[in-house]
Design a protein around this ligand. Structure first.
Ligand code: NAP
Length: 328
């Protein structure tokens, strides 16, 4: 039986859209477009234009968050578009600040998302990140209620370790659809067994910063691999992600050409050897040293940062992140 026929039976929500199984990944009987559209650091007219372009070019999966300050723009563009609401898979995230990780506050924050989006429901609501003293039972009770009320279709988490996932799975009645984590070819050695854990437990890995915030696009090895297929280094990186079991990716771009390019990754297949070569890439040394989570600078910041007075810490952080944006 052809794969798309199987998906029509197993995944009714998307049966009218499925033309090629490769474009969707499934977990817990739910089917999600493997390439979504990231919207971090895009606001106002720039965000509206990019989301419009993405919709026109076939994206049906969008990722936003309270923290991105663009939920209402995205909700408006979807409402005004030619695409039916039910054909769009829309994700948002409630901030993981300590004070929001309680039953009452989380419910209130989720209602805020629904108000700003104005889309009636969200397909996926994530806990953006976790704090040690958050009320795990309360937050997941709130998520379960949102699902029961039809306001949220699926629930998930972001930046969760295996230990946090275990705790969440213990208290949640609704299956956790995804763990959204940083994942790209320069970031394969930091998570330990996290990706494998998600694959074993039917939890999609949503790869954020799948292009290492644009750093992979000049990678000579990826460019050479891409040349064999008429693809760019960016497309090779995305293909490497979505060719893994249960991995989906949400690249962001505000450039029309890149928006189209990033969705055009379903008509070639990397060999096992190419997959291994890409997995072994670590990125430029300066990236490993200065930018990478888990790298020396990041570790030092974790130790020194909390010991600094708050205003100094904030100033150092914002100057530091602005400077590091230019490290390629
Ligand atoms: P990314 O998608 O890895 O990279 C975005 C950068 O790459 C932009 O500078 C973009 O440039 C450039 N780019 C995109 N496509 C390109 C192409 N084909 N060729 C050349 N350059 C290209 O980084 P990201 O925005 O950090 O991550 C993607 C999404 O993941 C976010 O937007 C957000 O939705 C999500 N995210 C989630 C978390 C979390 O904690 N859950 C954290 C970070 C990100 P232009 O925009 O100038 O075109």
């Amino acid at each position: 039986m052809c794969k798309s026929v199987i998906s029509c039976y197993l995944l009714p929500q998307w049966d009218h859209l499925v033309t090629d199984m490769d474009e969707f990944a499934g977990a817990n009987g739910v089917s999600v477009p493997r390439i979504g559209f990231g919207t971090y650091q895009m606001e106002g007219a720039e965000c509206a234009q990019a989301v419009r372009t993405a919709l026109e070019n076939g994206y049906r999966h969008f990722d936003t968050a309270v923290a991105y300050d663009n939920e209402s723009v995205i909700g408006d563009v979807i409402a005004e578009s030619h695409v039916d609401r039910e054909d769009v898979f829309l994700t948002t995230k409630v901030k993981g600040y300590q004070e929001m990780l309680t039953y009452d506050r989380f419910l209130a924050e989720a209602e805020g998302c629904l108000d700003r989006l104005g889309t009636g429901y969200v397909d996926l609501l994530l806990v953006h990140w976790w704090q040690r003293d958050g009320d795990m039972e309360g937050v997941f009770r709130a998520l379960d209620e949102l699902v029961a009320d039809g306001k949220v279709r699926h629930i998930g988490v972001s930046n969760f370790s295996i230990e946090l996932l275990e705790r969440a799975r213990d208290v949640a009645e609704t299956p956790i659809l995804t763990n959204q984590i940083e994942y790209h070819p320069y970031f394969t050695d930091v998570h330990g067994d996290l990706v494998a854990y998600c694959q074993e437990h039917d939890i999609l890995v949503t790869a954020y910063s799948p292009l290492a915030e644009g750093r992979v696009v000049r990678d000579e090895t990826f460019t050479a691999i891409g040349d064999r297929y008429g693809k760019t280094a960016a497309q090779v990186s995305l293909r490497w992600l979505i060719q893994q079991d249960g991995v989906i990716a949400i690249p962001k771009s505000s450039t029309d050409r890149y928006i189209r390019e990033n969705l055009d990754v379903f008509d070639f297949e990397l060999s096992d050897e190419e997959m291994r070569t890409i997995t072994d890439a670590r990125g430029p040394f300066r990236y490993q040293l200065l930018v990478k989570q888990g790298g020396p600078l990041h570790t030092m910041r974790g130790v020194v940062g909390p010991r600094m007075p708050e205003p100094m810490r904030k100033a150092v952080l914002s100057i530091g992140s602005a400077v590091l944006k230019f490290v390629r």
